[in-house]
Design a protein around this ligand. Structure first.
Ligand code: ATP
Ligand code: MG
Length: 361
């Protein structure tokens, strides 16, 4: 099912400001759309409006072209999975999964078929007669998913469903969820503050900040073409370095002239109108060139080396005291206190308008 949000806004009663404003978004049939953003940006509010659990203050919500603003949750053909699994503790896994179908007065045969097929998909067939207290957190999360799947909804809504799991299990469930989505093909809207979940699972990411959409696009777009400095810094780990400076006579010059950089030919064309204006460059930690035999270079003092195995993260200082984070392959030799020369992968530099924070190129 296609879900469309047109100029959606939300103002909670008793609050001065709108929690969400001007939300325009098309979620196509079969899409896995991830709503991403920092704590308090309005993700849950948005999801609950789609579910019908929160009222919509302004704008239109359309399901397959039909306005559903005032349709009650039970008539929306959606299933929601929460962070707290919200299982009934006194019921078996089987009964938890069967519950909504029993309420709908489906036949025993249909219920049994649906529950067993979902259990198979989720690999929880062996626990069907256990109680929630007797299974692990990961298994409980699967039961919560199973309860949504048996309803065969037109849309899955998920609010941070993996956040109670440990790191390893979360990694595993990410892949499982992608596989399940491929198999069922159900339109899914998934809320998280975890950029890795968004980057790995989404066919479309919506990044929210302070109740406004910052960017909508594919994971690739977010990494390679962030629309502004907020997006640039939100996606990618370690965080993108942002260096303020000025554009002058075809060169980017940082404050105190510690970094001077000649942009690529294509960038120069776009930067022409920024002559003598404030410009910020963004460079991801993994896109520096160590040694720096080519092009513009700079020197930095390594203050801290973090060894992560496959990579080493260098926390470096420039001569003017500003900080820079550089990621290098794990087998490269770097020691704290050393001064090193670095260069840029010129094609990996992002330019931002310092005033508006919007990407220039
Ligand atoms: N029922 C409510 N009444 C008034 N304000 C609310 C209500 N629910 C949420 N808010 C406010 O709306 C804003 C967005 O909350 P929301 O729960 O949607 O954020 P979120 O992005 O889901 O955050 P988190 O990542 O922490 O779950 C917050 O400022 C919150 O305090
Ligand atoms: Mg939330």
């Amino acid at each position: 099912m296609k879900v469309e949000l047109k100029n959606i806004g939300k103002k909670y009663e008793g609050r001065e400001d709108f929690t969400l404003r001007d939300i325009n978004l098309d979620i196509e049939d079969k899409e896995f759309c991830v709503i991403l953003g920092p704590s308090g940006c309005g993700k849950t509010t948005l999801l609950r409006m789609i579910a019908g659990l929160n009222s919509i203050t302004e704008g239109d919500l359309l399901f397959d072209g039909r306005r559903v603003n005032t349709v009650p949750p039970k008539d929306r053909d959606i299933a929601m999975v929460f962070q707290s699994y919200a299982l009934y503790p006194h019921m078996t896994v089987y009964d938890n999964m069967a519950f909504s179908l029993t309420m709908r007065k489906e036949s025993k045969k249909i219920i049994d078929e649906r529950v067993r097929s979902a259990a198979k998909l989720l690999q929880i067939e062996d626990y069907l007669y256990a109680k929630p207290a007797d299974i692990s957190g990961g298994q409980r999360q699967r039961v919560a998913l199973g309860r949504a799947i048996v309803r065969n909804p037109k849309v899955f809504l998920m609010d941070e469903p993996l956040s109670n799991l440990d790191a390893k299990l979360r990694e595993h469930m990410r892949v499982e969820l992608v596989k399940i989505h491929k198999q069922l093909g159900t339109t899914s809207i998934y809320v998280t503050h975890d950029q890795t979940e968004a980057m790995t699972m989404a066919t479309k990411i919506v990044l929210l900040d302070k109740g406004k959409i910052q960017q909508v696009g594919k994971p690739d777009d977010f990494y390679n073409k962030p629309s502004n400095i907020f997006v640039a810094k939100f996606i990618g780990s370690p965080t993108m370095n942002i260096i303020d400076g000025i554009y002058k006579e075809g060169k980017f010059i940082s404050k105190n002239e510690t970094i001077i950089l000649t942009p690529s030919k294509e960038d120069k064309i776009v930067l022409e109108k920024y002559e003598n204006k404030n410009v910020s460059i963004g460079i991801r930690p993994e896109r520096f060139e160590s040694g720096g035999e080519f092009g513009d270079t700079f020197t930095a003092t390594i203050e801290v080396v973090e060894m992560l195995g496959k990579e080493k993260i260098l926390h470096a200082k420039l001569s003017d005291g500003s900080d820079l984070v550089i990621s290098t392959p794990g087998h490269y030799e770097y020691n704290e206190g050393e001064v090193h020369k670095f260069g840029f992968d010129i094609n990996a530099i992002h330019f931002f308008d310092t005033e508006t924070t919007m990407r220039i190129n």
